[in-house]
Structure formats: C-alpha cells, structure tokens
Design a binder for this molecule. Structure first.
Ligand code: 5GP
Ligand code: ZN
Length: 136
C-alpha cells in the first residue's frame, strides 16, 4: 500500500527524483537531503509503513541484510572508519518522516558528529525492577 500524502512513498517509488544508490523490488536507498556525514543515506521500503512497529515482518527481514550490503558498498567507495545505523520511531524519538526508514551514517575521523546518548546511572535495584516489570 502507498499513502497519497506521504513524501517517502513518492521518493521510494520514483514519483519524485532522488539521489538513488540502490534499488530493488522492495526498497530504494537514497542520499539524505540533509546529511549528517558524507554518504548518509536512507533505506526506504516502497510500501508504506509508518514505523518499525507497523513494518511487515517479511520486509523487516530484508532490512538488515540490505543495510550490511550498503555499508560494504560505502566502505569500498567512500572509505568510512565507523558506521552508525539509526532508526527513529515516533515524534518523541526524533522521527520526522512517518514512513519507516533506516539511516545509514558513515563516520569519519573529525566529522564533527556525535550520534550517542548520555549514559544513565540507575539507582540500586532499578535494573532488577525494570526486568521484573518486563518479565511479569
Ligand atoms: P527521521 O528524523 O524521520 O528519522 O529522518 C528523516 C530524514 O529524512 C532526515 O534525515 C531528513 O533529512 C530526510 N529527508 C526529509 N525529506 C527528505 C527529502 O525530500 N529527500 C531526502 N533525500 N531526504 C529527506
Ligand atoms: Zn509512505
């Protein structure tokens, strides 16, 4: 299914031109318009899914093998030294385009990016209590 008002449906299906580096029956991989680093690209399914929660399992199973393939291609062509895979779900977590996509972000020394989180300091017993809640 495609969604009429969705920009990524149009980009993934070629209705709007993109800087495409890879395409198959299920996905288009194109350069992010506001790249964090050189070669920052997005894996975008041609079908519409809002986010990972909504993503079809058969499509989901193809995403990581594709990420690995593109990662290898970018290493050969651009020579990255590190690599971040980022996938945001829901506005609270930084998702701005509500069509599932995975960010592939090559990293280079001195690229000025900092795609990390602030480590927390759990209180005594907090991890156990979270574990109990999840496993209950
Ligand atoms: P999110 O914040 O949803 O995880 O990521 C959305 C990404 O899509 C952003 O990095 C943004 O730069 C990129 N983006 C948004 N609109 C367009 C567009 O029209 N073309 C391309 N190539 N990238 C886009
Ligand atoms: Zn869409």
């Amino acid at each position: 299914m495609k969604k009429d008002d969705c920009i990524f449906c149009k980009l993934a299906n070629g209705q709007i031109p993109t800087n495409t580096i890879y395409e198959d029956d299920d996905f288009r991989v194109f350069l992010d318009a506001a790249p964090a680093t050189r070669g920052h690209c997005l894996i975008v399914p041609k079908e519409h899914f809002d986010d990972l929660e909504d993503l079809d399992d058969k499509v989901a199973a193809k995403v990581l093998p594709l990420a690995k393939k593109i990662m290898k291609l970018l290493k050969e062509k651009l020579g990255w030294e590190g690599f971040n895979v980022v996938q945001n779900n829901k506005e609270l977590a930084g998702q701005t385009v509500f069509h599932f996509h995975m960010h592939l972000i090559p990293r280079y020394s001195g690229d000025g990016q900092n795609i990390l989180w602030k480590p927390g300091k759990p209180a005594e017993g907090e991890l156990q209590s979270i574990l109990d809640e999840i496993n209950s």
